[in-house]
Design a protein around this ligand. Structure first.
Ligand code: GLU
Length: 419
């Protein structure tokens, strides 16, 4: 039987539960999404024709607060993927102790085929379809793969016009001019960066460590810049159009410029940078491998080839459970997505709080708060991993599950019958 993606993800919950004394009802509650709404969005294209796109919004679990999670625009989006991503958000928010549950949204579309005006109509259509689902105290979207601040701005604007008043805290990752937070743009990478820096000694990393990055979108580009500024050497990078390698290190400013104009592979041939086969990236000799693209990139078929000692999961779900077992055998430390990329949703929380306060915090405060959270949760999870002899992923799930279980039990059994 073909296992669903959510089924796959749930194995991590079951593994964590085995190490803890958790009431069976808690696990039963976390095994299924609370609600998933589906809609077909119809928009007018620039040529006058009409086209439709499937869209979803899943509120996986709201025990710890309103559901929170991004909206992705991607041609391979599906309901199963959306629910899986919402499940991960539930655990991610609990890992960071944010007052949120987990949610996620998606539209099955290749946004690169749309004009800017079509993209705006699609973004507004999404909010029209899900206006009853989202809300500042109910479900709060944010950017994800192939969506950005501009899209969030259109969505916030559409929501305000539907409800007839401004409600900036309905969406995070907005443009600064519309109530966005300073520091949200690089927050996902920065959280991972603070985590790596804090655990440097334990992980055997530090200045001069060689890094390979898979994916050069928001997370990939920012982690390259941050690690480079700390003296790490970026030796290989890929995006959807190709990969490059330079054992002596890639000039990150030139890399970012190449990406801005086109693709990372445009740098091949400059200095000692050479083009690389996409699947060769994983076997590059390096110390830290950073998956920053999509799910299931490291799987049973290629995990053996990985040469790095540490993996920093900036993407959601980049390592399959089978690959996890292989990496564990090899002694590779995987800093799991629900901790490693949680900087994004943590600064989203700061944005939501600032919107509700009617205040704007300085960047130094955002960075200090993010750093403190990543270090505290990262160190706690490191300790659990050492004490219980489990992987960092196992420890992160245990850490989150204890918080979720406490909240589910504190709600009492009523919610099983009344909601
Ligand atoms: N899409 C991001 C994630 O997967 C951010 C979610 C948010 O800020 O709500 O964590």
């Amino acid at each position: 039987m073909r296992q669903t993606m959510l089924g796959h993800a749930l194995t991590r919950l079951e593994q964590a539960a085995r190490h803890l004394e958790i009431d069976g009802e808690v696990i039963e509650k976390l095994k299924y999404p609370r609600e998933t709404v589906k809609a077909r969005l119809m928009i007018r294209m620039d040529d006058g024709s009409r086209k439709s796109f499937m869209a979803w919004r899943c509120r996986y679990d709201d025990t710890r607060g309103p559901t929170k999670g991004g909206i992705r625009f991607h041609p391979s989006a599906s309901m199963d993927e959306t629910e899986t991503l919402a499940f991960w958000m539930t655990f991610k928010c609990a890992v960071m102790n944010l007052p949120f549950g987990g949610g996620k949204g998606a539209v099955k579309v290749d946004p690169r085929t749309l004009s800017k005006a079509e993209l705006e109509r699609l973004s507004r259509a999404y909010v029209q379809a899900f206006a009853q689902t989202i809300g500042p105290d109910r479900d709060i979207p944010a950017p994800d793969v192939y969506t950005n601040a501009m899209v969030m701005g259109w969505m916030a604007d559409e929501y305000a016009s539907i409800i007839g008043r401004s409600a900036p805290s309905v969406i995070t990752g907005k443009p600064i001019a519309l109530g966005g937070s300073l520091g949200r743009d690089d927050a996902t990478a920065r959280g991972g960066f603070y985590l790596v820096r804090h655990l440097e000694k334990e992980l055997g990393l530090g200045e001069g460590a060689r890094v390979a990055i898979q994916g050069f979108g928001n997370a990939g580009a920012h982690i390259a810049r941050l690690l480079d500024s700390a003296g790490y050497s970026i030796v290989a990078v890929s995006d959807t159009r190709g990969a490059i390698h330079a054992p002596g290190g890639i000039d990150v400013a030139a890399l970012i410029e190449a990406k801005r104009r086109g693709a990372v592979r445009d740098l091949a041939g400059k200095g000692d940078v050479r083009a690389l086969d996409d699947d060769a990236l994983i076997g590059i000799d390096c110390d830290l491998f950073v998956p920053a693209a999509l799910e299931d990139m490291i799987h049973a078929g290629n995990a053996e080839a990985l040469r790095a000692r540490v993996v920093l999961e900036l993407a959601n779900g980049p390592v399959t459970p089978e690959a996890d077992a292989i990496l564990g055998e090899k002694g590779v430390v995987v800093l799991p997505d629900i901790l490693a990329n949680a900087g994004g949703v943590t600064v989203s929380w700061f944005e939501w709080v600032q919107n509700r306060q009617g205040m704007s915090w300085p960047l130094t405060e955002i960075h200090a708060r993010l750093k403190a959270s990543m270090e505290a949760e990262g160190a706690a999870i490191w300790r659990v991993a050492q004490e219980r002899g489990v992987s960092m992923r196992g420890a992160a799930y245990m850490h989150a599950l204890l918080r979720l279980a406490e909240a589910i039990e504190a709600h009492g059994t009523q919610q099983f019958f009344m909601s």
